[in-house]
Design a protein around this ligand. Structure first.
Ligand code: GLU
Length: 311
């Protein structure tokens, strides 16, 4: 039976070359090694996501030739954002509030979450950090027993100890969520579900076997595995963190470097094969930039990656 991975963009802006790099890995590994790709729209944060960005990313995916096996771009268009009348889409996060609420209720019933009244400033004051280190929640409200309320944040308790996992590209990795970030925010004080929580709940709901994403999300993996265990996920999950896109001079992709969206590149006359080849080159999948067709993706991975397996 085919294993399943996902492409899960957040419609907080237009698709750019970094997304194309991720899509090349997701579709490439799936097509090369018998996987199927599910499309999920990660618009859990309604303050930052916009419908016009979702429309644009669906359109850009079609234009680039990345066709999902589960959740066609048309199925998202059919489940419109006209929420009063439109059907829900099980793979769009803003349509699945009840799913996250049920997962939170399950954790809470086991005493694994608590209400947190800390502001960002409180946390910054209590947890001075070394340069480059991520903010760690110091646990101020852990034993405070504040009453639950939709207008207060909720955190999940991270037990002490290491979380080991194998990355398909990087090998064995060990992380310690309690030391890295402390108790994970599940819902913020505006009632928004957080990325960390929604992604774990959805990867379970969608029967995802392999998560293929950029190395910028590597630090999230331990805490996501811990949350999945707390939610009693049974299905094994494998990981593949790929390199991020860099310019030939080694500098990172950024707006300051005039890196433009796929939308702008299209408007300026770019063609899909040219952009696919450029993204493949800038992420180390091709030795030089050239036109690349979607049909060539399996070969890119079959030659360089020979030990990919789904446990
Ligand atoms: N939605 C996330 C992003 O656009 C990706 C989530 C994931 O791959 O875990 O960065």
């Amino acid at each position: 039976m085919a294993w399943r991975t996902r492409f899960a963009p957040a419609p907080t802006g237009y698709l750019h070359l970094g997304h194309v790099v991720n899509a090349l890995h997701v579709w490439g590994l799936a097509r090369a090694f018998g996987g199927e790709v599910l499309l999920r729209i990660e618009d859990h944060d309604r303050t930052r996501c916009r419908d016009e960005y979702e429309d644009a990313l669906l359109d850009d995916l079609d234009w680039l030739g990345f066709a999902p096996d589960i959740g066609s771009t048309d199925s998202f268009r059919a489940a419109r954002h006209d929420r009063a009348h439109a059907p829900r889409h099980t793979q769009r996060q803003s349509d699945n509030d009840a799913r996250y609420a049920a997962a939170l209720a399950a954790l809470t019933a086991c005493g694994l979450t608590y209400t947190c009244t800390c502001t960002r400033r409180d946390i910054a004051r209590h947890a001075p950090r070394a340069p480059g280190e991520e903010p760690r929640y110091p646990g101020t409200c852990r034993d405070a027993h504040h009453a639950d309320s939709e207008s207060l944040a909720r955190r999940a308790r991270m037990a002490d100890g290491d979380v080991p996992f194998d990355d398909g590209r990087l090998g064995p990795v060990q992380q310690s969520p309690a030391a890295q970030c402390g108790d994970v925010l599940v819902r913020d004080r505006h009632g928004q579900w957080t990325y960390q929580f929604a992604v774990v709940v959805d990867d379970m709901a969608h029967d995802i076997d392999v998560v293929i994403r950029g190395e910028d999300l590597l630090a999230s993996t331990g805490r996501q595995l811990r949350l999945a265990a707390m939610l009693e996920r049974q299905r094994p999950l494998s990981w593949w963190h790929h390199p991020l896109l860099v310019h030939p001079d080694g500098s990172k992709l950024s707006k300051a470097n005039h890196d433009t969206s796929i939308r702008e590149r299209r408007a300026a006359g770019a063609h899909a094969a040219g952009l696919l080849g450029e993204a493949a080159f800038l992420s180390g999948l091709l030795p030089a930039a050239r036109d690349l067709s979607i049909d060539e993706l399996p070969a890119l991975f079959q030659s360089g990656v020979n030990a990919f397996s789904v446990s």
